[in-house]
Write a protein that binds this ligand. Structure first.
Ligand code: DLL
Length: 449
């Protein structure tokens, strides 16, 4: 007889019990980091007396961890357990230089599977589901993170990884998967191809577990329209330095909010300039402390991702009965960009998500676009190339559409952009890895050629 299924907790502890658990875990973490003999942590915590850290209220006194720390300690300087205690390594490829390495013990892997099982369960995934996992397998945390989460929940996981769209559609059809996990951009590629092949109505896929890239509400509409048939696109958030996917998850009855699994990952939001905590409800940089990680914990890790804590979360003093169901996780707003994504165009600060918002509001724009920051002159110039919908492509209104979008960009974000609306299907698709939407032009070679 198989062991009885151990259900996955998608609810979380009541607020008081959670706070005291978080306090205990934080105290134990600081104590261990200060005394484990790891030179980086001994130095970082030189001014902290671990005995004075007893609750989450002590968090703002503790030092931050930043990406540069992981780079400086490359490859294994931040591992706090003996190597014989660790069993897995992943890495995230940086934009420049060496990758950032992260290491796991078996207990870390069990926590990671648990939080991804929660994420999947929150999305409505059931143990009898076939989970089609289209995240990349390998050093990237997406594939294996969702994989073990799916297995922990009891699903049958299809480790298909990215790419090979034709095979993916074949498997989706033959296995009747209801749940698809992938980047938002690859999820769109699959939808487009299913329609092009005329097989959408032969697929049972209903839910997408989409993350690893920023995507706006407008992009959610495009993805849901592209699949049609009641498809729900849900957001999953995470980062390698904290664990990988499964740090936070959106639920279908509470769209726009991510539930942070705060018994393992303690969230704060700080002013990105000063590092001071901002009040709940205000936007700032998400900072996460790993409360239970063993091999490579982080203390107050500066994620660079911009969000806010939703003040009506029950765990933040919001009305316990007003929230959806009885869930009790700290809720944050969806992340649509990073602090370091900001572009400065002729003196105006603009985030790529603001451009995506304008594009997705235009009925003639499909879901594919690219932004070029042309740095050849003294002042940076902005160029936007967007793909039209099939209707707009057929209607040959592309020049008109481009002018309208340029006006909308000028009105709404106060920058002049050179906009091109190009026929549907003419821009490259990203089938493996994360989509790249912002390109720099520094010489006459066109980055979109
Ligand atoms: O992208 C982990 C992941 C895999 C998350 C699969 C979700 C699904 P990294 O490669 O280390 O890890 O990249 C982490 O990606 O700091 C964000 O800037 C961005 N990111 C991840 N998820 C989201 C999301 C994985 N749902 C970095 N929305 C993070 C917006 C996201 N940005």
């Amino acid at each position: 007889m198989p062991a009885p299924f151990d259900p996955v907790d998608t609810t979380g502890l009541p607020t008081d019990a959670k706070r005291s658990l978080q306090g205990e875990r934080l105290a134990a973490l600081v104590d261990r980091l200060a005394t484990c003999g790891n030179p980086f942590w001994t130095d970082r915590l030189a001014d902290v007396d671990p005995a004075t850290v007893t609750s989450v209220d002590d968090l703002p006194r503790l030092p931050f961890t930043v990406k540069q720390d992981l780079r400086d300690q490359y490859p294994l300087g931040m591992v706090t357990t003996p190597m014989e205690a660790t069993t897995r390594l992943h890495a995230s490829s940086g934009t420049s230089g060496k990758p950032t390495i992260v290491v796991y013990t078996p207990d870390d892997l069990a926590v990671w599977a648990e939080v991804n099982a929660r994420a999947l369960a929150l999305a409505g995934t059931r143990p009898d589901d076939v989970l089609h996992n289209g995240y990349g397998y390998g050093l990237f945390t997406g594939g294996l993170g969702l994989h073990y989460g799916g297995e922990r929940l009891g699903c049958t996981v299809v480790p298909v990884s990215g790419g090979n769209t034709a095979l993916q559609l074949q498997l989706l059809e033959d296995l009747g998967s209801r749940v698809l996990s992938a980047t938002p951009s690859f999820c769109l590629v699959l939808a487009e191809r299913a329609h092009a092949l005329g097989i959408r109505d032969r697929l049972d896929v209903e839910v997408g577990i989409l993350g690893a890239e920023p995507w706006t509400e407008g992009m959610r509409d495009r993805i849901q329209e592209a699949w049609g048939g009641g498809f729900t696109a849900l957001d999953i958030y995470g980062l390698s330095e904290v664990i990988g996917p499964g740090v936070a998850m959106e639920a279908p009855d509470d769209l726009g909010a991510l539930n942070v699994f705060d018994d393992h990952f303690l969230p704060e939001v700080v002013d990105p300039e000063t590092g001071e905590p901002v009040p709940d409800g205000e936007f700032g940089e998400l900072v996460v402390t790993t409360l239970t990680k063993q091999a490579m914990p982080v203390l107050r890790y500066r994620t660079g991702d911009i969000t806010r804590i939703l003040p009506d979360s029950p765990s933040r003093g919001g009305d316990d009965t007003a929230g959806p169901g009885t869930r009790n996780w700290t809720r944050i707003a969806r992340l649509t960009g990073r602090a370091d994504d900001m572009l400065v165009i002729r003196g105006v600060n603009v985030y790529p998500r603001e451009i995506e918002d304008v594009l997705m509001d235009d009925p003639d724009v499909g879901a594919k676009y690219a932004i070029v920051v042309d740095r050849r002159g003294a002042m940076a110039e902005l160029r936007i190339r967007a793909e039209a919908t099939s209707e707009a492509t057929a209607g040959e209104t592309l020049t008109h559409g481009a002018e309208r979008i340029a006006r909308a960009v000028a009105d709404r974000i106060r920058i002049r952009a050179d906009v091109e609306l190009v026929p549907e299907g003419s821009m490259p698709r990203t089938e493996v890895g994360k989509v790249k939407r912002v390109f720099e032009q520094v010489d006459d070679a066109d980055p979109l050629a």
